[in-house]
Design a protein around this ligand. Structure first.
Ligand SMILES: Cc1cc2nc3c(=O)[nH]c(=O)nc-3n(C[C@H](O)[C@H](O)[C@H](O)COP(=O)(O)O)c2cc1C
Length: 154
């Protein structure tokens, strides 16, 4: 998908609400997301770790589109503790062919790509993600390398 600059991306982490996302709820979310994203020139990747109910999502596209979608996502009651790991301009899309790729992930894989540092004094469901130990470019590359063979957009 070709988009004139400035291209922008936001990578965030969050926790699913309640008892987590069922496969059917994830399918509904992705169907809705892909229709919207295609119309708004947005692409990206959604990772979900069912064992810890964690999401990591990469949103990329025109800056105003990314920011206005993120504002909606951040107040979506299906998840909580939405925390931006990185955002900024980029020269090229990481996921140009995905209206929203999806990959299931194990929590420890997610944490290794996001540089998660657990704050042990907090109960697991209240822990914000730790500071990303990877530089942004490295974080984005790790996410791509980790997810590309696993993710689908269908
Ligand atoms: C983890 C998560 C990821 C989401 N990703 C997207 C997305 O990529 N695109 C999208 O249009 N909606 C996405 N949504 C849904 C939005 O939060 C929101 O429901 C949708 O934009 C419709 O908002 P509206 O009813 O205010 O128009 C996501 C929701 C969650 C919980």
């Amino acid at each position: 998908m070709k988009t004139p600059l400035p291209l922008y991306h936001i990578i965030y982490h969050s926790l699913a609400s309640g008892t987590g996302m069922t496969p059917a709820a994830l399918t509904d979310l992705l169907r809705q997301a892909r229709t919207y994203n295609q119309t708004h020139r947005l692409t990206g990747l959604l990772l979900y770790a069912a064992d810890t109910q964690e999401f990591v999502q990469v949103l990329e596209g025109p800056q105003h589109e990314v920011q206005s979608l993120y504002a909606k996502i951040a107040r979506d009651p299906r998840h909580k503790h939405v925390f931006v790991l990185h955002e900024g301009q980029e020269e090229a899309r990481m996921f140009p062919d995905w209206r929203m790729g999806f990959a299931p992930a194990a929590a420890h894989d997610l944490h290794s790509v996001t540089g998660y540092l657990p704050l042990v004094s907090e109960p697991a469901h209240l822990r914000p993600p730790g500071l990303a130990v990877h530089a942004p470019a490295q974080l984005r590359r790790f996410l791509g390398d980790f997810a590309r063979p696993l993710a689908t957009d269908e």
